[in-house]
Write a protein that binds this ligand. Structure first.
Ligand SMILES: [Cu+2]
Length: 345
């Protein structure tokens, strides 16, 4: 549809060009040469039309696509980022409108006119000072504001933050929570085997209570630190409602901390949508099933979160050193089969 639209606009432009050429030829056949002035007038009018339609289209698309913008923020830093984005828009949109009106209006108004004499105007220091200083001061405010917020958002997480590890892999996320000790146990790719799928180092006592979760559970009003990494290619840990977007890079651990401000229940009420669901996605095109890298996110009250956490079974119970190894199981099965085959003889 868009392509057809673009082709249509292109064809209309070609038609206008051909018609004006034909009328030129027709005029010269009749002996009346089209003057430079009439051409200038045509171009000046086109500039004005371009301004009106272009500006109209820019504003129309902003409002038309507004429902596709990021949803209302549901995290502390998300609210800060949104306010910053709005301040930036307040500073830049008026400049965009005014400069474009001046640009095209002047092209129309000051088109060549034999009756007018141009004014010699080599320079004006005061004018130059104004148009250099004003944008510079505005930029300084925007940049300083941005840097202060960046440091706040990307700074170290508070001590009491809930610690979660998210590992991207083609094509799913694995979520590991630190247990009661709120510390993730050491792990290494080298330790990964069928008996230890997450490569946990069982010599590290912090590994004892770590557990896996299918969905991302977050407590409202409490800081959460997410440690992000990848097993294969680039992924991106994206929580649109919380304004979290961080690359998952193989071999380079990244992290992000956030404080959710609204529970899922609250959002269901606010949006009036009983099926409302926060979600975790991958924001890096990482392969064929990239779309599959979605997970449900639940933001719950702190006591509900603690209850949920207490119900989860630690990984050490299924894969810990005291658990019988998969390989031992297979050996045992083989032995059993041998015995069976011998006895059947
Ligand atoms: Cu991905």
């Amino acid at each position: 549809m868009t392509l057809i639209g673009i082709i249509a606009i292109f064809l209309v432009l070609i038609i206008i060009y051909r018609v004006s050429k034909a009328s030129d030829l027709l005029g010269s056949l009749r002996g009346e040469e089209r003057t430079q002035e009439s051409r200038n007038n045509l171009h000046a009018t086109l500039f004005l039309l371009f301004l009106i339609f272009g500006m109209g289209a820019a504003f129309w698309s902003c409002f038309h696509y507004a429902p596709l913008f990021l949803p209302e923020p549901s995290s502390e830093h998300g609210t800060v980022l949104r306010a910053m984005f709005q301040r930036t828009l307040w500073a830049t949109v008026p400049v965009f409108v005014v400069t474009h009106i001046l640009l095209f209006f002047f092209a129309w108004k000051y088109r060549q006119d034999k009756t007018k004499v141009s004014k010699f105007f080599p320079d004006d220091n005061r004018l130059e000072l104004i148009w250099t200083l004003v944008p510079a001061v505005v930029m300084v405010f925007l940049v300083v504001d941005g840097l202060a917020n960046w440091n706040r958002i990307m700074g170290p997480a508070p001590e009491n933050a809930v610690v979660i590890e998210a590992t991207g892999q083609q094509f799913y996320w694995t979520l590991r929570y630190a247990g009661k000790d709120n510390e993730l146990g050491r792990k290494s790719v080298r330790l990964m085997t069928d008996d230890n799928p997450f490569g946990q180092d069982w010599d590290d006592p912090a590994n004892k209570d770590d557990f896996m979760a299918d969905d991302l559970y977050l407590p409202v009003g409490q800081p959460v630190l997410v440690k992000i990494n990848s097993m294969d290619v680039l992924h991106n840990f994206f929580l649109p409602h919380f304004r979290v977007k961080m690359d998952a890079v193989p071999g380079i651990p990244t992290q992000f901390w956030l404080t959710p401000t609204k529970t899922t229940e609250q959002m269901i009420e606010e949006t009036g949508n009983p099926d409302f669901q926060y979600e975790l996605a991958c924001a890096e095109l990482c392969g064929k099933a990239h779309y599959n890298m979605k997970k449900k996110v639940f933001v719950v009250e702190a006591d509900e979160f603690n209850k949920w956490k207490a119900e989860q079974e630690p990984l050490s119970k299924s894969f810990g050193p005291s658990v019988k190894k998969v390989s031992e199981n297979i050996e045992e099965e083989n032995e059993q089969q041998d015995i069976n085959s011998v006895s059947s003889l």
